[in-house]
Design a protein. Structure first.
Lengths: 214, 214
């Protein structure tokens, strides 16, 4: 692969990375099959430790199954609210997921450990999970480039999702991805806009030869 | 953010996702400061659960520190070889990292748990780690768009890297990123080219309302 990238291409790539948002507001509609295919192909082109490709995707087209998953998420949202302390009511006002509203719902499951040792002898679960997360980031970027929103919902008990999706023993659900048309994209991360939390300055996360701030 | 993406921009984004490679062969040289800044800014624009931004980056410019990290990686490479069984000699012939050869070495560390409950009550460590992995994927894509190679080295004992980098208790090193100019990019994942493992067909990782293959 000797292809070089032009500055125009580079600018598009930087633009999409900064324009990507975790979306919770969707407008229904549909995702065209070729677009969905490009998004899933991007996921499958992600890096994986030892080339293990531990990601599995379950496209939820059964409306009753989607409703049951929405119930699991709502239960966890309420449980989270209970441990929010002073910020409980503020939290409950936030829209944290768009499971019922999005065009497509895709569950991402980490496959059972296949015994890969290459690059993960010391951190087996972390490296499989990291590979799945890279796949999801790829999906997010291509979705945004297709002018579609995506949201990663992690408000669930993994065991409850595992039961609903009947995934094999050892597999772990890590994301319910909401995907589809949106009215507009948030100007900044929604939790920043809503005053929940600010973005750290880049300097706060960056050190030279030592941990930042130490 | 109402910016739409054009088909030209979308094509650039899909192109970089499929052209990205885990590189282990570097040609030394340097990374221009503005380029490095764009790569790190892309990392910091990643999604994070509850907007916790758990990623920390340590740019290793101290050559002696780089050598010590290279030693930790070499030790783990040999330990991995010992558990490879029949594939030991095949494994030892593979180049699995470019720590001494790359222009820049950047350690990625997951910050100590800051107590964020939002979106991670049930999967606290997994969601922080997933956020860090998304940041790394962003770096990888921008590096490729800058025609620079990047490799994620995970051959290390996290405790050994933690000691060398003097990271705080509770923080966890997850990656040593090799970054810099390369002679050329692999046409396909190196582990595929070397016959170590094949890419799965997309259909093998994709199911509708059920786990693929079940």
């Amino acid at each position: 692969m000797t292809d070089n990238f032009s500055s125009t291409e580079r600018d598009a790539i930087c633009k999409v990375i900064h324009a990507r948002r975790d979306m919770r507001h969707f407008t229904g509609g549909t995702v065209a099959p070729d677009v969905l295919r490009r998004i899933l192909a991007a996921a499958h082109a992600a890096p994986s430790v030892g080339f293990m490709q531990p990601w599995r995707f379950i496209r939820v087209t059964d409306r009753a199954l989607r409703e049951r998953l929405a119930g699991v998420v709502e239960l966890e949202r309420r449980r989270t609210a209970e441990v929010m302390g002073k910020r409980k009511s503020e939290f409950l006002r936030l829209k944290v997921e768009g499971i019922r509203d999005c065009a497509e719902l895709i569950a991402v499951v980490m496959a059972p450990d296949d015994g890969t040792v290459f690059g993960r002898r010391t951190m087996p679960e972390a490296m499989a999970l990291a590979s799945c997360a890279c796949a999801i980031e790829n999906m997010w970027l291509v979705a945004r480039a297709e002018n579609l929103g995506m949201g990663w919902v992690s408000f669930f008990e993994p065991e409850a999702v595992a039961r609903l999706l009947a995934i094999p023993a050892g597999a772990q659900a890590i994301a319910l991805l909401c995907l589809g048309p949106v009215a507009s994209f948030y100007e900044a991360p929604m939790l920043k806009i809503e005053g929940w939390r600010d973005r750290l300055p880049l300097e706060a996360v960056l050190g030279e030869n030592r941990y930042p701030g130490e």
